[in-house]
Design a protein around this ligand. Structure first.
Ligand code: GLY
Ligand code: MN
Ligand code: MN
Length: 432
């Protein structure tokens, strides 16, 4: 860990402590106890799914695999970390990293999972319900009070300099994976080969990725959350879409690139270029005070213009958007907040924690906020050829030029995605 990152992390912890103490005062609390969570074995088995500690716990400590552990914050003592570190000859016992941040905490390593002794008015935050079925009963306290949890979520919306440094490093590591994925595609690799090339170059095991990597060749590029890796290379190579990330100290990169293969129509490559330009122009608009929903709507208008300028739609951009044609070509939102979760918390809330849902016509939009400095968001415009969404338009008389659209169907689609920090002056693109 570099000295700079250490100093930034120290400031991050100081900021968190101040914010938590203010909230404890406002909510009349004597403690907030954050539970890391624990995994349950597969039914009837002794094997566990991959575990990821809860976001509010990770906000304080980068202990991604800490299970049955607690972080307790009080108004007047140093934060207390109760870390479950069983002595076990089957597994490597969790160890504290040799990093300066540990001196900021009172740390207790416990051999058995325990409910920490807590007194007074305590809020328990995390998946404490799961403790009901475990040998350890939940500690005394009020589980997940909604008003407090909304404020803790809100605290995660604006990233500290430490968090932005982590997100930048996650992006740097992911970039190496994307370059290797592109090279594996050029070498006619199957989806699994491309996935393994990505994991190797970004130095991570599959169980540690922030979300399941999407590696789609040809039509699979049009399956938005495509979840398989074909073992065999297809005969024709039209396209590759890779949506893949990396964690760094818990913070997630979420990057997408699309590549045209040797068997794609030339138009597909031109559309990829147009989508890169669209992504860059939407990023250029990012600044404090910008309404993210308005930016999403701008993406739709610009998609309409791209469809028209490439002769895929023979009408006006207004009609293309209003009639729902652009939504059939891009059914997901412009992006989302990014942090300790790939789809980070509080995207569909006001700053005061009230619901701010996505509009009816854009139900997949995950962020409806006005941008302010410290937010980190993705910008991920897409343009897909999804038969299930486009087929119903064939009989509507919509002026879609099927002669050009049909040959693009085997290419699946295009998504280009970068990760952007909102700054006082405008934006900082974290994706190299
Ligand atoms: N990787 C999921 C997303 O882009 O939202
Ligand atoms: Mn994303
Ligand atoms: Mn993504």
């Amino acid at each position: 860990m570099s000295d700079t990152l250490h100093r930034l992390q120290q400031a991050h912890i100081t900021r968190l402590l101040g914010a938590y103490r203010t909230l404890m005062q406002q909510h009349g609390l004597d403690a907030i106890a954050l539970y890391s969570g624990h995994a349950l074995p597969h039914y009837g088995d002794d094997q566990f799914p991959e575990f990821q500690a809860a976001g509010h716990f990770l906000h304080w400590v980068a202990l991604l695999e800490a299970q049955h552990s607690w972080l307790i914050v009080t108004p007047d003592r140093r934060p207390r970390l109760v870390l479950h570190a069983p002595t076990d000859f089957w597994h490597l016992s969790p160890e504290l990293p040799d990093e300066p941040w540990i001196s900021e905490f009172d740390i207790e390593l416990v051999n058995e999972a325990v409910a920490p002794a807590l007194s007074g008015h305590v809020a328990l935050v995390g998946n404490v319900d799961a403790l009901q079925d475990s040998p350890v009963a939940p500690p005394h306290g009020d589980p997940n009070p909604p008003a407090l949890v909304a404020e803790l979520d809100e605290l995660r919306m604006h990233k500290s300099a430490y968090e932005i440094a982590c997100l930048r490093e996650a992006n740097r590591l992911a970039k190496a994976g994307h370059e290797a994925a592109q090279a594996a595609f050029t070498g006619a690799g199957a989806e699994l080969d491309i996935q393994l090339a990505y994991l190797g170059a970004s130095r991570q095991r599959e169980s540690h990725v922030p979300y399941d990597n999407i590696v789609g060749l040809n039509q699979h590029a049009g399956v938005l959350h495509y979840q398989h890796y074909d073992l065999h290379s297809p005969g024709k190579r039209q396209s590759l879409l890779v949506d893949a990330g990396r964690r760094f100290r818990g913070y997630c990169a979420d990057i997408t690139r699309t590549h045209a293969g040797p068997d794609a129509p030339a138009l597909f490559g031109e559309l990829i270029d147009a989508m890169h330009d669209l992504k860059d122009s939407l990023i250029a608009d990012i600044a404090p005070g910008v309404d993210y929903l308005a930016l999403h709507q701008k993406m739709h208008r610009r998609l309409g213009e791209i469809l028209i300028s490439h002769d895929l739609y023979r009408g006006t951009a207004d009609a293309c958007v209003e009639s729902g044609v652009t939504r059939a070509f891009c059914p997901h939102g412009l992006g989302h907040s990014l942090g300790l979760q790939v789809h980070d918390v509080a995207g569909l809330k006001t700053p005061h924690g009230e619901p701010a849902p996505a509009p009816e016509k854009h139900p997949a939009l995950r962020l409806t906020r006005t941008l302010t400095p410290g937010m980190v968001v993705t910008i991920e415009p897409g343009l897909y050829f999804i038969p299930m969404l486009l087929s119903p338009l064939r009989d509507t008389g919509a002026p879609i030029n099927w002669t050009l659209v049909d040959p693009l169907m085997p290419c699946g689609g295009i998504r280009i995605e970068d990760n952007i920090a909102v700054t006082e002056q405008g934006f900082d693109n974290l994706t190299p």
